[in-house]
Ligand binder design. Structure first.
Ligand SMILES: Cc1cc2nc3c(=O)[nH]c(=O)nc-3n(C[C@H](O)[C@H](O)[C@H](O)COP(=O)(O)OP(=O)(O)OC[C@H]3O[C@@H](n4cnc5c(N)ncnc54)[C@H](O)[C@@H]3O)c2cc1C
Length: 499
């Protein structure tokens, strides 16, 4: 490993890979350091019995022609190599209660979305229009023409301080419609008391603008990034865990790896959880202890318990949309708590078989779960957590399958089942307690967890899902903002917008 790079990047999640690609395209010599054996963070896929199983990205939005994620992938130079499947016009289906015959769809395109909702809730026409206009306004604040004008965003950040659930309730009064509009809240770690309208709007807007799946495994996306970074002269290392970030005054000098190696650079970008970043930073008067303590105490979102089901070949029809099941009409009451351990909601997503597109070989069921349910095993290591942990996982998996099979009985035919708890995610991504999306962005204290990419260390920058919005879209915009600290916002946003 070369001893001195222009930019050293900690972690190889989507945000880190995007920074590595943007900066290496601009001539910077970058080095990416990943603690795990497999690169990609939440883009990681794993293989079982010949099937590739995705772990942390099941679909992404804003991928139709002219929309912002497609624009970014074109700018990255990997769009033509992606295997993509556009989801059905009815891309998400919400079952807001225990009745499996009662479902409502999210449609691609605002006109379709509005007319579908109005046809099912005609008395709410006015509120549906207000709702759609607002989420479009917020989502459009980062669109391609904004980038062309030399900025990443035209504003709307004030909606970080507005409650998502209160906004929905102000728009419409029908209880079922309220549940339907909040029905994908698992995508933003939804909690009625804290979720903000900005996240709700960004994520729903982007999905309405074209939801797509990656075919053949999200790992391929990580590999495409890595290939490009290497073509640009960058270096990417797995099994390279950073354990110390060594500072001298207000500058980082080098990072130290678990195996003793040192990697120095002119600039450093950390794409991992900010609390972990600052815990590793050696003493410097520039970063106060109180700041580190605050980051460690900021609450993180719940985790997700995932059940991966391998289906027999050519039996389970591929479902080209996602399904959201709820135990009752209150879709905000969705999390398995440590007190009752009951499954209350499940998101079902299928992967298309690469050999026969009609079928699916992998069905994933995900249920929000309080990380505290697993805290007694937090010090144990993967594969050695003991019988109590295994039996809890088994119980949750069978509850999730039983509950989901009321809506989709065919999933009962799975030939093999694997599970991942928040502790599994913590092992593979190091995210504290296996939180799905990092810091909670509570609308009541929006500024407390909104970190800029710039830090008080003059050559240390942050990126990744903790900065602003999580998910592929949020992380991509944050990566661009982080890189703008080196090459300028106007220059970069115009380059992306005009590709
Ligand atoms: C179950 C699940 C499903 C999801 N589904 C979707 C979806 O369908 N669509 C969507 O858009 N988003 C989805 N998300 C969210 C999305 O995956 C994340 O927001 C995003 O990928 C996070 O990217 P990141 O760059 O912040 O880094 P991460 O993916 O969190 O990666 C961080 C990387 O840093 C590494 N690292 C940590 N510490 C160190 C260290 N000390 N030294 C070196 N390396 C280190 C980790 O090993 C990891 O590889 C999902 C998330 C989860 C958990």
């Amino acid at each position: 490993m070369d001893s001195r790079f222009d930019i050293v990047i900690i972690g190889s999640g989507l945000g880190s890979l995007e920074c590595g690609l943007i900066l290496s395209k601009e001539g910077y010599k970058v080095c990416i350091l990943e603690q795990a054996n497999i690169l990609g963070g939440c883009l990681q896929s794993f293989s079982r019995k010949g099937s590739v199983i995705d772990t942390g990205i099941h679909y992404i939005g804003s991928m139709d022609e002219g929309k912002i994620m497609r624009q970014y992938f074109k700018y990255f130079g990997i769009y033509d190599d992606l295997s993509l499947q556009r989801l059905d016009d009815e891309f998400d289906i919400i079952y807001p209660g225990s009745d499996s015959t009662n479902s409502y769809s999210y449609m691609h395109g605002y006109e379709n979305f509005k007319s579908y909702m109005i046809s099912h809730f005609p008395g709410e026409k006015n509120g549906i229009n207000i709702y759609c206009d607002k989420i479009k306004e917020i989502g459009d604040s980062i669109n391609v023409s904004v980038h062309q004008s030399g900025k990443f965003t035209s504003g709307s950040m004030e909606y970080l301080s507005v409650s998502a659930s209160e906004f929905i309730d102000q728009c419409v009064s029908d209880k079922t419609l309220r549940s339907v509009l909040a029905g994908t809240n698992v995508l933003y770690g939804g909690v009625k008391e804290s979720s903000n309208l900005y996240h709700h709007a960004m994520i729903n807007h982007s999905n309405i603008e074209g939801s797509y799946r990656f075919i053949g495994g999200t790992q391929k996306v990580a590999d495409l990034f890595i290939g490009k970074i290497k073509e640009n002269g960058g270096e990417v290392y797995n099994n390279a865990k950073v354990i110390n970030i060594i500072a001298d005054g207000d500058e980082v000098k080098y990072v130290q790896l678990a195996d003793g190696r040192r990697v120095s650079g002119k600039g450093f970008i950390s794409g991992i959880h900010p609390a972990l970043t600052f815990n590793m930073l050696s003493h410097t008067p520039v970063i106060k202890k109180a700041y580190k303590t605050r980051l460690n105490y900021l609450p993180n979102t719940y985790g997700l318990f995932s059940v991966y089901m391998l289906m027999p070949p050519c039996e389970f029809n591929y479902i080209n949309h996602n399904q959201y099941f709820f135990r009752n009409n209150n879709v905000w009451d969705s999390v398995i708590s440590s007190s009752d351990k009951n499954v209350k909601s499940v998101m079902l997503s299928t992967q298309q078989s690469v050999t026969d597109k009609k079928y699916s070989d992998v069905v994933t069921l995900m249920s929000p779960v309080s990380s505290s349910l697993f805290s007694q095993w937090s010090e144990s290591s993967l594969g050695r957590r003991g019988e109590g942990y295994e039996s809890l996982k088994k119980d949750l998996a069978s509850q999730i399958i039983d509950f989901s099979s009321c809506f989709n009985p065919d999933i009962r035919n799975a030939k093999c089942i694997y599970t991942a708890s928040p502790l599994t995610y913590q092992h593979y991504t190091q995210t504290p307690a296996g939180s799905a999306y990092g810091f909670i962005k509570d609308y009541k204290s929006a500024m407390a967890s909104l970190l800029p990419s710039k830090t008080k260390m003059k050559n240390l920058f942050l990126t990744g899902q903790n900065l602003n919005v999580h998910g592929a879209l949020g992380v991509t915009l944050s990566a661009a903002s982080t890189c703008a600290e080196f090459i300028g916002e106007q220059y970069l946003s115009k380059k992306i917008g005009n590709i």
